[in-house]
Ligand binder design. Sequence first.
Ligand SMILES: [Zn+2]
Length: 151
Amino acid sequence: MGLQHTESGRPLPLPNPTTQPYFDGAKERKLRMQRCPRDGFFFYPRSRCPVCLGDDWSWEDTSGRGSVHSFTVDRIGHVPALRELAPFAIAIVELEEGPRITARLVDVDADSVEVGLAVEASYEDVGDMTVVHFRPASSATSAPATSPAFA
Ligand SMILES: [Zn+2]
């Protein structure tokens, strides 16, 4: 994905024809991803399925639910335009549908984040863009969030 910046210097993704449907979905508060009829959902957006290289995928909405697979905490604010938000967690979220997506965690104390935390997509409008974050799931019992690698 390309990159653009707001006037304050905040970096934002720059959609292209391949990624535009993902951002259109975000604007509608849907976590929309490509799904291969044989291999399931995949991410990041690309022109062919990363498993079978087929191009007969379709855009479909995911549940937007998943769990924290891994994370780090930015305590400094490496991006000056986001410095006031530090400390904040950046996580690799494993979606219920399988794909992993890297995103900032919001509405949570960075020091309380744990691997396996059940999360759901959260959307922020920034100018003409909508960016996807994740926040703790509203119903903690809805996503048991277990990962064999960390069991
Ligand atoms: Zn495939």
